[in-house]
Every structure is written in structure tokens, then in C-alpha cells.
Design a protein around this ligand. Sequence first.
Ligand code: C2E
Ligand code: MG
Ligand code: MG
Length: 755
Amino acid sequence: MDRKKYSEISKFIIIALGLSVISLALLTLPAESFSWSYIWGYILILAFSVLITPRTSLTLPHSNLTFSFSESIIFLTFLLYGGKLAILTAFVESVANCIYLKNRSVVKGRWIVLFNSSAVSLITALSYLVVYVCSIFFEIDPNPTNTRSLIAILGILAITQFVGSSAFATFYHKVKTGGEIWEFWKKQCLSSSLTQFTGVCLTGIVYKLYSYSDPLVIGIAAVCLVLVYFSYRQSVNDVSKAISQAEAAEREKAETERERRREAERYASDLSLTLEKEEQANEALRKSEKDLQHAALFDSLTNLPNRKHFGDMLRALIDKYKDDPSATFHVLFLDIRKFKNINDSLGHTLGDKVLMVAAKRFVRMLNSTDMVARIGGDEFAVILKNIKTAGKAQKVARRIFDNIAQPFSLSSNRISISVNIGIAPCDTEYNTPEEVLRDADIAMHYAKEKNSGVAVFTKDLRERFLERVHFENDLRSAVERNEFSMHYQPLISLQDGSLMGVEALLRWNHGELGNIPPNKFIPIAEESGLIIPITVWILRETTNQLARWQKISQEYKDLVVSVNISGKHLSNDDLLDDVENALAVSKISPETLKLEITESAAMENAEHTINMLNRLKQLGVQLSIDDFGTGYSSLSYLHRLPFDTLKIDRSFVCNVGENGEDSEILQTIISLAKNLKKKVIAEGIETRSQLALLKNLGCDYGQGYLMSRPQTVENLEMALYEHKNWLAEPITEPGLAVPSTADKSRQSLGVLLSK
Ligand code: C2E
Ligand code: MG
Ligand code: MG
């Protein structure tokens, strides 16, 4: 059985016992107790205990001490009317008191009124029993007539009441809560002894006064008691009020303190939140700073160091080398050959992947102490440390050159790339990374020009380079300086000697160097991209010229001008606009403009060429494949190229002997063109036997010194007016010396510039 049940049971036992004791007391009351003369005083006491006692109890603030008239009333009843009515008084007073307290919510519980009243009745009954027993054994008069027996009776009552009530409270506490008995008794019961003794004293005084039976004394004493009570009550109230105020102030202070603490906690938590946020922001900042730093120093595509990072490293090495000549290094400049073609033919996405493959291969081929960086679109640079000689650096470069050429597959495309590598060995002359890279770049260009793959920088190369830079600058300003002019070489029908058209050939009369042959400046113009604006000028110049010539006579109304177009221009979409503009300005019929594209330029990126030529064809112009036989044509592409004429390279013409020896290739090319339903032009006809042979082989047109060298505008115009017969006798080209083919190919830029 649990504790709750025990306490419930004991509660009902006490109620039952209490009610039984009261019933017993009532039933055994002597008959005279019910006479009016006897009972009126008792009724007064009962009225006092019901109406006054509950309202007059005073509890000392901050203590368990309660001053009430309860005990005094019970004791007084005991002295005046005996134990049985005292039990009844205890019951009635307790009921009134409990109801009064319950209404004020001081005490709670369903049975509390009955339970408390029964308990008080039982304790009073116990006191009655003890007094009764004592009166037998110690001959004490229960109705005391002298002070001695009054003190004895009251003492017994007080002690019994105290012991009974504290034993009862302790017992019930134990049953209900199972708590510590001694502690409870000390805390709750000991102090109640004072209540008992105050009650005893008060009872003694009242009883004594009553025994005098002097109404004046009683009256004065009653007034004094009332005054004492009220002044005491007032002072208790004041104390309570002061304590309440102090408590309120204390509470307020505590509340303020608590609020302050809460605020501090709130502030602390806000602060920690802010700090946390700040930390997060700092972290994000640190990360973005790191990312930014990484982005500033590394290439996003290949994740290799970028130009800046490379420059920083190189600068440190240059400085170190100045202090310590044993700290040698070599810089390699790597350029992927024809990377533009990869981009154009495979697209930029695959182009990027090719760069990533190349980057990985470079890293794999180098030591961890070396550094490879991407310094431009298809340009990479390497720092080789701990390499003492240029020869050793060359070996490393050669290894890279060989390895990078290994073919690989990307999205089912078989790709193979190659690089040109320039090497710049360390030198105390260098002050900045740019200087080293510039020289490695010069060496790379030399390797490219010589098709050697790898080249080491020398001071001679720098001079060559500078000359070339000058040359390029001169070329750039040649148009403005009016140094360019067009010469025109006739294209003759081999069947009847009529003039089919002219090939426009560019001439450069350099201010200081004089006439520079096209095979010297055209490659430089192509490489530098200058060929595009120059060709725009040529297109305009030649079409306008043709327009004038076509008007000379009816015979020339279909005269054609052939303009050479470089591979670089062909891969540029602007070419369409350039041609269209020239046609629009000159107003010549589009089919009288022929564009010559060399076989090698056409085959470089065949798919793109086919697309571009088709678009050009839509403009109505004619197309010709130049220098045919030198460019490794793929037959599958050849038949898809929408050209009109095929121009046999002059090497095939000049190789034919006086008696028609070695003419098989010429024969093959001509029959190939015939099969493809194209017209054939042979260039470089220098002898009558060559002319006769080509005519016999069925070649449609011819161009060569035999008929005419390239002519100035004036000379050609004169010939047009004269209606010259081109197959009769050759005329010479003014301005240029007439080197043979072999002589011309021997001329180099260096020789040319040193003139
Ligand atoms: P090409 O387009 O094949 O031009 C024909 C070249 O052969 C011309 O040389 C011409 O003078 C030369 N030639 C013609 N008949 C004979 C001959 O019987 N014997 C010899 N030995 N040579 C003959 P040129 O004018 O020196 O031009 C050389 C190349 O320069 C041209 O070859 C062409 O590829 C390029 N070129 C010339 N002018 C231009 C131009 O305006 N634009 C472009 N893109 N390239 C041009
Ligand atoms: Mg040509
Ligand atoms: Mg040619």
C-alpha cells in the first residue's frame, strides 16, 4: 500500500476517533450543564471562539509563531466548565477557525475542516485524561481554588497540549511524506510550545480576574487586554508591513537584479550570436579571400599557376641568381601548334579539354621542383630548376616535344597535338620576368619558323627578332605611306591566246629597302594578321581597276581579276563582307572576280574551308585552287570544294624537260581537273616547249613569263588598248630584277634586310 493510501486511512481514523470523542463528551455531560444559568457563560465563550478567535490570531512575520486565543479559550473552558465542554469548544473553535482560513485559501483540502477539528478534539481529550489522572494521583483540584493548583493544572494542560499536538503533527507528517521526524518537529512543532504557554498565561490571568468577581477590575483588565492586544496587533501589522515593504523592495531589487542578469545573459547570447555570425562571415571572407587569391594566381581551366604567379616565381629566381650564380634556371616557352584549328574544327569545349590534357602531360613530365604555368590561350611556360646547361634544358624540352605528340582520344576524336618550344637560359642581364619570357618567346618563334620544335635563345635571335619587329611595323604603315602597288599578270587561253583575266600580285616598294619580293613580306603579313587589312585594300584596288578595264572594249567586258586570299583571311568571317563591299563599290559582275586560295591553306581546316567557299560562292564570285600539287590534297575533300579552276603549281611546269620528259604528273593533274569538271591553269610557263606540251595535254589557261611577267597598271593598260597577242612575244616586268625560281628561293629575310 502506498503512502497516500496510509495517510488517507489515518485521516479517516482520526476523523472517526475525533467525532466519537465529541459524541462521548456530549452524551456524558451532566444534566446541570443544560441549565440556562450555567450555560449562558459557556455560550458566550463559544460565540467568542466562533466569531472572535479566528479573526484575532496573529502570526509573527518570518516565524512559525502564531498568537491566537484558541488555546486560551479551550483552557478557560476547561477551568470553568470542565474537560467535556472543553473538548466541544476545541472542536467548534477549530471548525470555525478552519472555515475562516479555508475561505482565505490559507488551508486547502476536502476533509481539512473535519480532520483538523477532530485532531484538536482528540488532543484536548488527551489533556483532559492526563489532568484527570493527575488529579487522582497528585490530588490536584481540577477546579483550582488556589494559585498552586491553577499553575499545576494549566502546566499539565499546556504540556499535554504541546506534546499531543506535536506528536500528532509529527506522526501525520511521517505517514504522509515519510520525511525526517526530528527535523520536522524542530522546525514546525517546537515553536508552537510558545503558543501553548502564551495561551496558558493568558488563561491564568483571565481566570484569576474572573475569580475576583469584581466587575470593575474585570472591566479594567479587559480594556487593558484589548488595548495590549490591539497595540500588539498594530505593532505586528507594522512589522509585517515593514517586512512586506522590505520584502517587496528586496523582491524588486532581486527582480531588477534578475532582469539585469537576464539582460546581461541576453546581451551575452546576442554577443555570442554576433560573434558567431562574425566568425562565420570572417570564415566566408577568409574562404573567398583564399578563392580570390587562388583565382588571382591560378588558371581556372587547367589549375596551373597563371602568368602572374609564374612571374612572381621567376622574379625571385632572377634575384637569387644575381646573388648566387650556382642557382641556375631555364625558362621554356611552349606554344601549341595550330591550336586555333583545333578550336575551329572541334569547338571550344573540346579545345578546352585539349588544353587540360596538355597541362596534365606537362606536369607529369616535369620534376616537382619545376614549375609549369599557363600564361596565355595556348601558351605555357616552364621553369626548370637545378639544370646547369642549355643542352640539358634542350633534352628536357625535346622529351616534352616528343611526349606531347602522343595521340589521345576525346569524345571519339583522335587528337594529336604538337608544340614549339623556346628556351631562355638564365642570365645576369635579366631584371624582370618579362624579359626572360620575351627571349623564350623569341626562341619559340624561331623554332616555329625553322620547324625544329625546340630552339635555344641567343642574342642573334633577338636581333633577328627586332629586325622583324621593325619590318612588321614598316609593313603596317606601308598602306598609309602608299608603298604598295598592284601588278597584274595575264592569264591566257592556251587554245586561242586570248586574255581570260589577270592575277593581281602585290608589290611593296619599301622606302629604304626598295622593292621587296612577296615571298618575303607576305608570310610576315600573314603571321602578324596584317594580311587581312592589306587584302581588303587589294580587293578594293583590283576590283576598281578591273571595272575600268572592262570598259575599254567589248572584248574585255568579262575580263577576270584573280586575287590571292591568305589562309588567315579565309578563316575569318569578315572575308564575306570584304568581298561583298568590293563588289558593291566597283559594281563589277561577281563572276569576274576570282579568289585564289592555296591548296595548303584550303586543306588546313578542310571542313571550315568548304563551308566558307560555299558562302563565297553564293556571292557569285569564282574560286580557284592555287599552287595545286604542293598541299597534300585529300581527294575526298577536293571533290567537295566548290572551286572553278585549278592552278597547277609552277614546280610541275618547270620540271618538264625540253622534250616533254617528266610530264606524267602534269598529265595526271590535268585529267583529274577534267574529271572534276574544273578548268585548269598552268602557272610558271617559261618556255615554248612547256607551252606546247600544256596545250597538247588540254590545259585551258596559262600564266608565265613566256607570255608576260606581272605588269604595272600602266603597262597592262597599254597592252589592253593595243589588243596585244599574248602568245606572240613576252614582255618584261619593270621594277623587279628577274631571278630564276632557284635564285628567289635562296633569298632570305636576313639578306634582304641587310641590303
Ligand atoms: P602565286 O599566287 O602562286 O603567284 C604566282 C607567282 O608566280 C608570282 O610570284 C609570279 O610572279 C610568279 N610567276 C608567274 N609566272 C612565273 C614564271 O614563269 N616563272 C617564275 N619563276 N615565276 C612566275 P610573286 O608575285 O612573287 O608572288 C609570289 C607569291 O606571293 C604568290 O604566289 C602568292 O602566293 C603571294 N602573293 C603575291 N601577291 C599576293 C597578294 O596580293 N596576296 C596574297 N595573299 N599573296 C600574294
Ligand atoms: Mg596566286
Ligand atoms: Mg601560284
